[in-house]
Design a protein around this ligand. Structure first.
Ligand code: AHG
Ligand code: MN
Ligand code: MN
Ligand code: MN
Length: 332
């Protein structure tokens, strides 16, 4: 059931506005920006719900800067976010998994503005088969002293002002943090608005569950292979779950616990997941929920990006689950 505060249901916009009053860094009309993100996700959600009825399935016929085949829905989702954020005057720069370069979209002289980065459609391989996909976003301050979009976006995840994702699953949920806990909202399809359904989520510290694309394990660093042998040979209660949409795999862990990892592989020696659009926002949400996120050797939120499409290995989940993996990596 949606949470009531003072007898009223709380919408996402109300919640942001109240948090903004308490958040010293969130100057400018932050709730205006977030309402743009929420609007875009409602648009994307409606495309997904009508997939099959409108022309959404299949490939666009191009390859993106990540070297991936672009799906039609990747482009539609990217356009929805760019269009809605383009009208928000306080958004200075946007960067997307689907675009080659970050872009300045408004020059706000002498005023605070924000950088918004996003993975418009996470889980592309699941679009055509009716499996959950998501949208991930993160917000940084646009540093006025730095010239040029390419340099302004190069900030560690510890500087995120807010981050979140929307999971288009059996229901549509928005999970959000601005550094004061991790909270969940559920889209009420009748009202067309996100209502607060879980406040201050905490990830269970340990759950006997792991999530990884094990088909690549022969190419993982040895510690990960040792971990996989250990859970299978010595921990008979462990189970494995892997959707292949990071947002869906992470959401399960946020609610039920466990660990997700996507290490270095033969095909992706730096790891596959993108720091700015995937690892950072989920690491921020995980830490705010009492969990942890690491590259295997370093806290994700401390990684200094080399460029906007920087990739990292990712180990994320309940604190003790993550520690079990890291202990295996450190065992030499
Ligand atoms: P995207 O669809 O945004 O490119 O992200 C794909 C990512 C992520 O969603 C998922 O967890 C991972 O790629 C799956 O990769 P594998 O198919 O290699 O397991
Ligand atoms: Mn992609
Ligand atoms: Mn993704
Ligand atoms: Mn994507």
């Amino acid at each position: 059931m949606p949470r009531k505060i003072d007898g009223d249901f709380v919408t996402f916009t109300q919640f942001i506005q109240e948090e903004q009053n308490r958040h010293p860094e969130a100057t400018g009309d932050f709730s205006w920006l977030m309402s743009g993100v929420a609007l875009a996700t409602r648009m994307i959600g409606s495309y997904i719900r009508r997939a099959g009825l409108i022309d959404v399935w299949g490939d666009q016929g191009t390859t993106n800067v990540q070297g991936e085949t672009v799906k039609k829905l990747d482009i539609m989702a990217n356009d929805a976010l760019k269009r809605t954020l383009g009208y928000r005057g306080n958004v200075g720069i946007i960067a997307s998994e689907e675009d080659d370069e970050p872009r300045v979209i408004s020059e706000v002289e002498g005023e605070d503005s924000y950088i918004v980065m996003f993975d418009p459609l996470d889980g592309s391989s699941n679009i055509d088969v009716n499996v959950s996909v998501g949208t991930i976003f993160t917000v940084f301050k646009n540093p006025p002293e730095i010239e040029g979009a390419a340099k302004s976006v190069l900030q560690p995840g510890s500087k995120q002002i807010a981050a979140g994702y929307v999971l288009y699953g059996s229901s549509t949920v928005l999970v959000y943090t601005c550094g004061q806990g991790t909270h969940m909202f559920t889209l009420d399809p009748q009202y067309g608005t996100y209502l607060l359904t879980r406040e201050n989520i905490t990830i269970p510290q340990h759950t006997p569950s792991y999530s990884v694309n094990e088909a690549y394990s022969h190419g993982f660093p040895e510690g990960y292979r040792r971990y996989l042998d250990w859970v299978k040979l010595e921990k008979p209660r462990y189970s494995s779950r892997y959707v292949g949409s990071l947002v869906a795999d992470f959401h399960r862990i946020l609610i039920k616990g466990g660990v997700y990892f996507y290490p270095e592989t033969n095909a992706n020696p730096e790891g596959k997941l993108r720091l700015m659009y995937e690892s950072n926002p989920l690491a921020f949400l995980a830490e705010q929920a009492g969990g942890a996120a690491s590259t295997g050797t370093q806290r994700i939120l401390d990684v200094m990006p080399g460029d906007v499409h920087h990739r990292t290995p990712l180990v994320i989940g309940g604190k003790r689950n993550v520690d079990e993996v890291l202990d295996m990596l450190q065992a030499g």
